[in-house]
Design a protein around this ligand. Sequence first.
Ligand code: APR
Ligand code: ZN
Length: 235
Amino acid sequence: MSRRIVVLTGAGISAESGIRTFRAADGLWEDHRPEDVATPEAFEADPALVHRFYNARRAHLSSDGVEPNAAHLALARLEQEYDGDVLIVTQNIDDLHERAGSRNVLHLHGELLKMSCTECAAVRDAWPELGVDSICPGCGVSGRLRPHVVWFGEMPIGLEGILEALEDCSVFAAVGTSGNVYPAAGFVHVAAAAGAQTVELNLEPSEVSFGFAEVRRGPAASEVPRWVDEVLTNQ
Ligand code: APR
Ligand code: ZN
């Protein structure tokens, strides 16, 4: 088996950076029904509303005070200091792993700071504000730009490579994810079947906690640095 650590992250890792999670009592899905802002049908029906929702998320991500926290930084240190491969698979659309210094990051659900064109398929850095009249710099067609995020009912990005990594990993950790959304929620089973050590680091029990050999409860900014220290000490 390769010396490879795969870390799946979710909204909980960015909570202490000031980004709201989805399913908490004060989470994003309390203010907005996912079917109104996070499906291809919603974008078809009311693109202006969907653009406003993501423009607001993008503005918040770029605002003062939203910075990587100790959990993101510890995972970047793990990548640098571990004698093996470290892959971060994140469900988050923020860029906090990259800002913390992680290089090997896959965004399963896309990236808030990118836009794509449904006419020519080009993916580029997003402007701060996208709207229904925005013109694609690639093909010149107006009204076809969308946030480069994966909505409910769409295919996650990079799944094939992720499954290959999971089938050949020695350690699988999940941080700050509730285990409600597949395929990510099923990754622990793939890794466990491949013989990996599995550990969940989450504030509360997730829907898939039972699948992990080890479970650690607490805020990511404390638990992740502690876990990374242990992995690096014992390597
Ligand atoms: N530290 C660790 N875990 C935390 C913290 C924290 N500080 N704060 C919250 N959590 C945990 C919660 O207990 C919860 O289990 O993080 C999890 C967040 O769950 P969700 O809000 O459901 O977020 P996530 O699992 O990333 O959602 C998956 O659903 O709609 C979407 O596409 C969106 O990628 C997202 C997907
Ligand atoms: Zn285009």
